[in-house]
Design a protein around this ligand. Structure first.
Ligand code: FES
Ligand SMILES: [Fe+2]
Length: 444
């Protein structure tokens, strides 16, 4: 049953008006699971988490559990973590290695490619059971993009690169090595997972490029929790973008990216105070990158959201973040930290400590954001509050197409990316076909 109000009206992106019920209503949430999370490409995990045959990592698509695993022939699969007999989870661990998944209820067992291979008392109790028809359910499409695994349940969905469109070069900036070599990143440490009492879209749209929310992090800046304690109050990340033109770019399909363009041949800007090894490493990366990529080295990442719920921090703390829908007012957050495979040990240690100081349930900066999203969700639930929509009118009609990079580009702080996110959202929620969703990405 869809919501009695029309979704196009609940997300009036041309006027910059979004209904509060989008952030708290059970029916909206149910429709998102049905109409959006069954169709969009979703981030599942990273190949570095499953290097060997039999390795698995339990992930999620929407609200459902899936298993990312590598079969005996090293092929990667994404399988619904639900037994075909009565639905029990066939894998109850977060990650590990196995020969097969044996259901703990009645012990049907499945190979790591999803095939049903064992049914207790099969001959005695079943007549001609065709096991090939009862494999674990596998996603319709799966891709490995520079080590990151993405999947969709929709066989009609455009291929992943088509789905990304021009957002691709910004995702590349996150996945490629700091010195400009292609790919080469891996997931570093465990995946942080926690639940926040807020709607998933508030976080996803924030990462589309909500630069306006900087005041939220004032206390972190004042305390000096930046990458270098010696630097004092500034530098929550590093100084790399100090000489850059910030760009907010909205893409068809709902992706929103905040990147920045540095001047040609810009010199390295020191960021790490007296920590010489770290400084030398990042200086080296900067210079190598410039030599390798030339003018292309100017574009630098900051944050972004690949629609619907995979966001990233592109620099420090470099990570992929998934906002798993967990209920209309609950989000399960997963943060995957990334690092170049060949980064030196000192750099790994430094970044690991900084990542924890910044992000995750105990990270100072992330706590600021979580508090905002939690109260914004509560503020979307009140009987009176719900009668009044949110304002998304910042820098309305100021973005320009394709200048200086492909996409709908703003050079001033804007909510264009958030409006673009809801244009994408509304396309799925109103059952548009793929070309309509992508055409609607151009304008409301
Ligand atoms: S539910 Fe899995 S074997 Fe019965
Ligand atoms: Fe923030």
């Amino acid at each position: 049953m869809t919501h009695p109000k029309s979704y196009a009206r609940m997300a009036d992106t041309a006027a910059g008006i979004i209904d509060r019920e989008n952030f708290s209503c059970e029916r909206v949430y149910a429709d998102e699971l049905e109409k959006l999370f069954t169709r969009a490409w979703l981030f599942i995990g990273h190949e570095s988490q499953i290097p060997n045959p039999g390795d698995f990592f339990v992930s999620r698509m929407g609200a459902e559990s899936v298993i990312l695993c590598r079969d005996r022939r090293k092929k990667i699969h994404v399988l619904l973590n639900s037994c075909r007999h009565r639905g029990m989870k066939v894998c109850r661990y977060d990650e590990g290695n196995t020969v097969n998944f044996t259901c703990s209820y009645h012990a049907w067992s499945y190979a790591t490619d999803g095939a049903l291979v064992g049914v207790p008392m099969e001959k005695a109790l079943y007549e001609g059971l065709d096991k090939s028809q009862w494999s674990l359910i596998e996603v319709a499409q799966m891709t490995n993009y520079k080590g990151t695994i993405w999947a969709t349940w929709d066989p009609e969905a455009p291929p992943f690169l088509g789905y990304l469109g021009d957002a691709r070069e910004h995702l590349d900036l996150v996945l490629d090595c700091r010195d400009g070599r292609e790919g080469g990143s891996e997931v570093f440490g465990g995946v942080q997972k926690w639940i926040i009492p807020s709607n998933w879209k508030l976080s996803a749209e924030n990462f589309c490029g909500d630069t306006y929310h900087n005041p939220s992090h004032q206390s972190v800046d004042i305390v000096g929790l930046g990458a270098s304690p010696a630097k004092g109050v500034k530098g929550r990340h590093d100084n790399e973008l100090a000489d850059a033109q910030h760009l907010w770019i909205s893409f068809p399909g709902g992706h929103g990216i905040h990147s920045a363009m540095k001047p040609s041949n810009s010199a390295y800007i020191p960021s790490f105070g007296d920590q010489k090894i770290i400084e030398d490493y990042f200086r080296h990366c900067h210079e190598e990158r410039l030599a390798r990529l030339g003018e292309k080295a100017r574009l630098r990442p900051f944050v972004g959201t690949i629609f619907p719920n995979a966001s990233f921090n592109g620099r420090i703390p470099r990570s992929l973040i998934v906002w798993h829908p967990h209920g209309p007012t609950s989000t399960e957050v997963w943060r995957f930290y990334l690092i170049d495979k060949d980064a030196p040990a000192e750099v790994r240690t430094f970044l690991r400590r900084y990542y924890m100081r910044y992000s995750g349930p105990a990270g100072m900066t992330e706590q600021d954001d979580m508090e905002n999203w939690t109260y914004a969700t509560t503020g979307s639930m009140g009987t009176i509050a719900k009668r009044y929509p949110f304002n998304y009118q910042q820098s309305l009609n100021k973005a320009r197409e394709g200048d200086p990079v492909p996409g709908l580009v703003s050079t001033q702080i804007t909510e264009e990316n958030a409006r673009g996110f809801y244009r994408g959202w509304s396309g799925y929620m109103t059952d548009r076909n793929w070309s309509e969703i992508y055409a609607a990405g151009d304008r409301a």
